[in-house]
Design a binder for this molecule. Sequence first.
Ligand code: HEC
Length: 174
Amino acid sequence: MKKWIISVAGLIVGISLLYVPDTAEAGKKRTFEEDIKQDWAQKVCSNPESKVPPELLDKFLEEQRKLIKYPESGNIYGDWKRGEKLFSNPKKGNCYACHCADPKELACGNIGPNLRGYGKRKKDPEYTYRKIYNSWAYVPCSVMYRAGVHGRLTPEEIADIVAYLHSPESPINK
Ligand code: HEC
């Protein structure tokens, strides 16, 4: 009897976890069905090569650019210390899954380019903001997720990560 109760309880917890939307932290609650529904761009990318057909490329990029929103304050350069935490938190940016950055962090992925010294590469911080908000506005169908589009990071949180990548104070650029 006891075992039976435990396994039913386990099942209920298991099923409820499936339905906990991972966007909850960014303030937007989405259902499981909403999470697995493809938008137009995801449908376009769903082909064996994950490539946008050339005749759709202009429309694709335009649509992706239109999805980018800015912080209400208009400030895209936030606080690098907050950005550092967001960058490494597996439940927020989870950027180390694919990128190396701070040389002290050895557990880093190499699916994306190494971001060490990123601030010295003379990139425009607005590009960095837009890239993180919607990576597909630059590289269609990239494996880099669209943090802002999916509400995984708020515009303010993205601005903090921009500062972390660009600031001369950031360990990335030391
Ligand atoms: C699933 C893997 C993955 C994750 C997670 C990921 N990225 Fe990327 N990222 C990539 C890949 C692959 C590229 C290169 C292709 C492209 O530009 O989309 C890239 C490119 C970039 C670039 C452009 C670099 C340049 O020189 O122009 C920046 C900036 C960047 N990522 C920042 C981030 C940040 C910040 C996070 C966390 C919020 C993150 N990435 C999460 C895979 C990832």
